[in-house]
Design a protein around this ligand. Structure first.
Ligand code: ADP
Ligand code: MG
Length: 539
């Protein structure tokens, strides 16, 4: 099915064709050519960031804020891109980031290469639909082949896999710390069934200090202090109440006029208010609550009563942190203390207050498992890049601990798949065979770009690696970017979770086929720039 894009005057895509008056149109081969050019331009923009020798990009936004990054998806999501087809490519990269966390640059580069190769076939008179069919067949075939080249990850290789995901980001010492810390954090939240909820890992970043000072703590660690130092510093095995409100005097919604007729009326009024707060504390004591966390405030006048009753209390806990506490302690978030019931309470094994490097922290451990990474960096920019590194490293650690399948990196996996695909192409009659070969060529783009970015000849590299894999009958040979020679990537420790390669193949094929199917672009003449196109994949 061919797709058509209809864009209105503001550049928004529409589900139905407007009357074609005042509408500019580019169709057929011209439309396809322009779209492919846009996709290739986008892939070209991030090509130089791929791999350990990839360079960084300096991004400057409208307000002059700057960002230095090597992360493909960050570059793409930050860039102001207006072409709807380029936006489809960015969506593919964002999807890769959401599902597999890593491999975002690879996805876009493969998609760009698929389209470039498709265009060469179209110029030879092959219909885009035939190319799309060939690409789909190739995708299915290589996905099946993944199990042939997959290796099971062992404890010894886990660290190498996580470190590979940080290639090109920061310096070696930072990669080592981030990889070790991320893996440790992920291991802390593996539940009894072997599954991991990544949202149970909190990333707490702090400016100041060295990257080497990054640490991981078991439990949820929040930059909070109990509201009174008279409260217990540490409590073990107790019940926690989480309130999406506060413990404070009620705000009166209408204007209230107090008519003070005798001495002590005001005091009596205040005493009554306090009594209402005390009632709420009494209710918590009855339920056995020992720790209270509120999203809103806790009245200063009730602090002492709370500590007298052995309750450790925290106020102004953010919504996100409360959601994490819900998971850590298997609790339910209640609207108010008055509305709470015993079933809403969570359990903690320990709730302690610590001062680390002069800063106060509250650490909670519960049955629900949690881990907190304290990430440090000398400046805000460094901390932000460390956070992005943790994002990739955590995603990879989680995949690794859950699935365990890995493939060799450094282009080895993609070359191995391309070799198999070429043999498969020979069995396909008709013009689709050419599309399958074009797909195999596109898979080889990764090793070519890795070499290119390291200043090594891409063609020689590819040919040497293919020869080495064939001669030694091993799928593990990729490019060692230091010696410029084909090397066993398993021995070198350049390894990736199979899920990343799988998702990159699916995402790149999907976006390439979607772009090949567009044969008509229409946009209102008054806005030829096609700006602000929000959702271009809906038509
Ligand atoms: P992506 O956003 O696609 O993950 P990266 O810039 O992280 O892009 O680069 C990932 C690629 O770099 C992978 O193909 C990986 O195999 C390769 N790579 C990582 N470390 C090395 C290494 N030491 N030698 C060769 N290739 C490497
Ligand atoms: Mg990566």
């Amino acid at each position: 099915m061919r797709r058509t894009y209809f864009l209105d005057g503001c550049g928004r895509s529409m589900s139905e064709a407007p009357v074609l008056k005042d509408t500019a149109r580019s169709s057929g081969r011209e439309a396809l050519q322009k779209n492919i050019q846009a996709a290739m331009a986008l892939a070209g923009a991030i090509r130089s960031t791929l791999g350990p020798k990839g360079l960084d990009k300096l991004l400057i936004d409208d307000d002059g804020r700057t960002l230095v990054t090597n992360d493909g998806v960050t570059v793409l999501e930050t860039a102001k891109v207006e072409h709807p087809v380029a936006k489809m490519m960015i969506n593919a990269s964002s999807t890769q980031d959401r599902i597999a966390k890593d491999g975002t640059t690879s996805t876009v580069i493969i998609a760009g290469e698929l389209l470039q190769n498709a265009w060469q076939l179209i110029l030879q008179g092959i219909h885009p639909a035939t190319v799309a069919r060939g690409f789909r067949k190739s995708e299915q075939y290589v996905l099946n082949c993944l199990s042939d080249i997959e290796i099971q990850c062992t404890d010894d290789t886990k660290y190498s896999v996580v470190k590979t995901s940080l290639a090109g980001k920061g310096h070696n010492a930072m990669q080592e710390v981030v990889a070790k810390t991320a893996l440790k954090a992920a291991e802390m939240v593996v539940d009894s069934e072997g599954s991991i909820d990544i949202s149970k890992i909190k990333l707490l970043s702090q400016t100041g200090g060295k990257i080497e000072d990054c640490r991981v703590f078991r439990g949820l660690m929040l930059p909070k202090k109990r509201i009174s130092s008279n409260m217990k510093k540490e409590i073990s095995d107790g019940k926690i109440l989480l309130v999406d409100g506060g413990l404070e005097k009620k705000n009166v919604s209408t204007d209230l006029k107090l008519n003070i007729t005798s001495v002590g009326v005001l005091d009596a009024f205040r005493e009554k208010e306090l009594a209402l707060l005390r009632e709420q504390v009494d209710k918590m004591v009855q339920m056995g609550v020992e720790v209270l966390a509120c999203r809103e405030s806790i009245d200063d006048n009730i602090k002492d009563y709370l500590s007298q009753n052995g309750i450790q209390a925290f106020r102004r806990v953010s919504q996100d942190d409360l959601s994490m506490l819900v998971k850590t302690c298997n609790a339910r978030l209640v609207k108010s203390i008055t509305a709470s019931e015993i079933n809403d309470l969570g359990n903690f094994t320990s709730s302690k207050n610590l001062t680390i490097d002069g800063k106060d922290f509250w650490i909670v451990e519960g049955d629900g498992l949690a881990a907190t990474i304290v990430a440090k960096g000398s400046t805000v920019d460094v901390v932000n890049e460390v956070e992005r590194c943790f994002d990739d490293a955590l995603g990879v650690s989680v995949q690794l601990l859950q699935a365990g399948g890995i493939v060799c990196g450094g282009g080895a996996g993609y070359v191995a798949l391309a070799r198999r695909l070429r043999r498969y192409a020979e069995t396909i009659p008709g013009r689709e065979q050419l599309a399958v070969e074009a797909y195999a060529d596109a898979l080889e783009v990764i090793i070519r770009v890795l070499a290119e970015n390291a200043g090594i000849d891409p063609i020689t590299t590819l040919l040497d690696v293919v020869a080495e894999q064939t001669n030694s009958n091993s799928d593990r040979y990729g490019i060692d970017l230091i010696s410029s020679e084909p090397m066993d990537m398993f021995t070198l420790g350049v390894l990736e979770p199979v899920g990343i390669v799988k998702q990159a193949l699916v995402g790149a094929t999907e976006v390439a086929i979607s772009i090949l199917r567009i044969d008509d672009v229409l946009w209102a003449k008054q806005d030829m720039e096609m700006s602000d196109i929000q959702d271009d994949e809906t038509s």
